[in-house]
Write a protein that binds this ligand. Structure first.
Ligand code: BDP
Length: 682
């Protein structure tokens, strides 16, 4: 077991009593496998059930005789929406029903999950519908297979061999996605390449779409806004130019001819050097609407990213997305969703929720989470991101009083939008185990599960994943889930505690670089964000500072404006405070900052020790992969701790509090470390 099978391992259950009960309950299966999706369901059952139960599977030709019946509803059930499903016990039968074929596929995967996680199949009465309509993975993969911010090898998409060569991996990838309800993928980088819309590449995209269709997965494309100029030599890409509009309409029609269920376009425009409507003095709405109108007749959508920060802006970076987008609220076509990163800056280990959530009531807002751990230790650090996703989704924006959670903004229920989207920037690559770190698989898994149902808890999802991927042993599972649940906070502690952010080293974001102050743009420098000086540390975002607080609802403004009310974990995000500032704990800010760094590093060591005790309950190859990664993590957690503590100490000029082991090296040593070939750079 090297991790290739992900959470779809289907190893024979070792609980013999339960296995016997399942065998009795699953004596025969009836399903109509005439559609492409029906065939996929049949294949999955043939793969899974005989393996899990250690017994060949019988298919019945008549529904009456079968114990497991997988059938479309005769007339659509009003209890189910979209690709939802029901699983119901009825006497000796177990019925999986849905209004769509893909709903049956999801119901089948849910049923298999019950078996994989050893749940009882008696008296089932389950009805589920997805809470979010578009549940997507965004790959930041280039056409040459380089993956931006990818740490699991090269891209799984081999554009060179497409369209003729369809790797088995594409099918396994589709199975994994379908098993967690992901129904849209963007195979190429938001820093796009105009070539993707050329006829030759569209054929390759078509081949992928053909593979994914039976699994309920639509393909979307990241596009380059200047494609009309780059591909066909138009004089401009101005969205208000008639010829440009016509070009996009033609191109869109060309795509739909090849891919009738094409999903739409994902756009990064006027951000980090990408072309966009701003190049012609037009707004993001002008750009998005031009594409939306081209897609509309075919049912496609535009996902327009809000990740923008201008070079010459007078605004502090965290303010810019809101400043540019809020005035456009109400101007976007209804097949546009504005895709917002979870926090106002950029996928830091911890950020407050982006103030855009709740601030654009007339616009569908999509959530963009990062699954790949660009700022969280790449694929060597164990960070279960379920807790982070939940922290953001559960955050209450208070824009319409208590209970206006980010999740309700995203799923459309707060403002009554029908288009709802959650996307994750994929952590998937061609490594045998897909995600570089075995536990990275859990982040792919939890992204899909939460997009399906954001009310599930991170812990429950972790339990599912562990049972399907690592072990059924109760004690071990509990230990592993506890590790996972604490893991992201550990990283926050040894990298960026108390609301610090963006302390990562130049370019690659690997390892600590709080001292970096010489980059091309002020807001690429860690010093821009932590503002450490002889007085204290933190970025003042109150009305006396950059006034970031003003972008939140009054409820939060009041809290975030006052250090005494601001939660500790966001303190230095919003405030610049003296080194001897008295914390809630009674300790000084300096003491507490240091304590967080040491706690985080110690927790990494504890995690390593806990893992070692699990040796006999985890398959050796999986066990060893995690063991080796944890050894790196422990080393690097100390590196983070020591580099940051020494650097901040050069300002605080305060001694290391008693009881903490002194850093091994000098600050100069940590500053001298260079990593020229760190993976994933843009
Ligand atoms: C940053 C990444 C960069 C991406 C950019 C984006 O460092 O590689 O292109 O976000 O989201 O986090 O567009």
């Amino acid at each position: 077991e090297d991790g290739y099978r992900l959470w779809l391992k289907y190893d024979e259950l070792d609980n013999t009593k339960l296995k016997k009960a399942y065998i009795k309950q699953l004596s025969g299966v009836y399903l109509d496998a005439s559609s492409a999706t029906g065939k996929v369901i049949k294949q999955e059952l043939e793969l899974a059930l005989p393996a899990l139960l250690g017994k060949p599977l019988t298919f019945n030709t008549k529904a009456d005789n079968a114990s497991l019946r997988i059938q479309l509803n005769q007339s659509p059930s009003a209890l189910i929406s979209g690709d939802g499903f029901s699983i119901q016990s009825q006497g000796k039968h177990l019925n999986i029903t849905a209004n769509t074929q893909v709903g049956l596929l999801y119901g089948t995967f849910h049923f298999l999950r019950l078996v994989q996680t050893e749940q009882s199949l008696a008296k089932l009465d389950i009805t589920q519908s997805p809470k979010i309509q578009l549940r997507m993975l965004n790959h930041w993969d280039d056409l040459d297979r380089h993956t931006e911010r990818g740490f699991a090898g090269e891209s799984i998409f081999d554009w060179h061999k497409l369209p003729d060569y369809k790797e088995q991996r594409y099918y396994d990838y589709a199975r994994a996605n379908a098993s967690i309800g992901i129904n849209g993928i963007v195979p190429i980088n938001v820093n796009s390449n105009a070539l993707i819309l050329s006829p030759a590449y569209l054929q390759k995209v078509q081949a992928l779409a053909d593979v994914f269709r039976p699994y309920g997965i639509k393909v979307y494309l990241s596009i380059k806004f200047s494609s009309p100029q780059q591909l066909d030599g138009l004089a401009t890409s101005d969205p208000l130019d008639k010829q440009v509009q016509q070009w996009w309409q033609n191109k869109t029609a060309e795509i739909y001819k090849l891919i009738p269920d094409f999903g739409g376009f994902l756009v990064k425009a006027n951000s980090e050097g990408q072309p966009g409507p701003g190049d012609y003095g037009r707004t993001h709405a002008d750009g998005a609407n031009m594409l939306a109108k081209a897609l509309k007749p075919f049912g496609g959508n535009v996902l327009w990213r809000a990740f923008v920060y201008a070079h010459d802006s007078e605004h502090e970076r965290s303010l810019q997305a809101y400043t540019e987008f809020v005035p456009l609220d109400g101007q976007f076509e209804d097949n546009v969703s504005v895709q917002v990163k979870n926090g106002p800056i950029d996928f830091q280990p911890r950020e407050p929720f982006s103030p855009l959530f709740g601030a654009m009531p007339q616009t569908s807002l999509a959530m963009e989470f990062q699954v790949t751990q660009e700022y969280l230790g790449f694929s060597t650090h164990l960070a279960y991101l379920g807790t982070m996703y939940k922290e953001v989704l559960d955050a209450d924006t208070h824009v319409k009083g208590t209970g206006s959670s980010v999740a309700k903004v995203i799923d459309g229920s707060l403002e009554g939008h029908s288009l709802s989207v959650m996307a994750g920037v994929a952590n998937i690559g061609a490594d045998r185990n897909w995600t570089g770190h075995i536990f990275g698989q859990a982040n792919w898994y939890v992204l899909g599960r939460l997009a399906w149902d954001h009310e599930l808890s991170a812990e429950q999802i972790a339990h599912e994943w562990v049972a399907m991927t690592l072990t059924h042993d109760v004690k071990s599972s509990e230990q592993i889930v506890a590790m996972m649940m604490a893991s992201r906070e550990n990283i926050v502690n040894y990298m960026t505690p108390l609301g610090l952010h963006h302390l990562m080293d130049t370019g690659h974001h690997y390892g600590p670089g709080p001292w970096v102050d010489n980059l091309g743009r002020a807001d690429w420098n860690p010093t821009y964000y932590h503002r450490a000086d002889d007085f204290g540390i933190g970025l003042d975002r109150t009305s006396k500072g950059t006034n970031g607080v003003s972008q939140y609802a009054p409820y939060w403004q009041e809290i975030f404006s006052d250090p005494a009310k601001t939660p500790d974990e966001l303190l230095l995000w919003f405030h610049h405070l003296p080194w001897d500032y008295k914390m809630r704990s009674g300790q000084t800010l300096w003491q507490e900052l240091v304590a967080h760094y040491y706690t985080g590093a110690a927790a990494a060591e504890q995690m390593q020790q806990d893992w070692l005790t699990l040796k006999n309950n985890i398959e050796p190859n999986q066990f060893n992969q995690v063991r080796m990664a944890l050894a790196i993590q422990v080393k690097e957690a100390k590196w983070w701790r020591d580099a940051c503590v020494l650097y901040f100490q050069s300002y605080s000029k305060m001694p290391l509090p008693m009881g903490f082991e002194k850093p091994k090296h000098s600050l100069e040593y940590y500053q001298s470390l260079k990593f020229p070939y760190a993976p994933g750079q843009g």
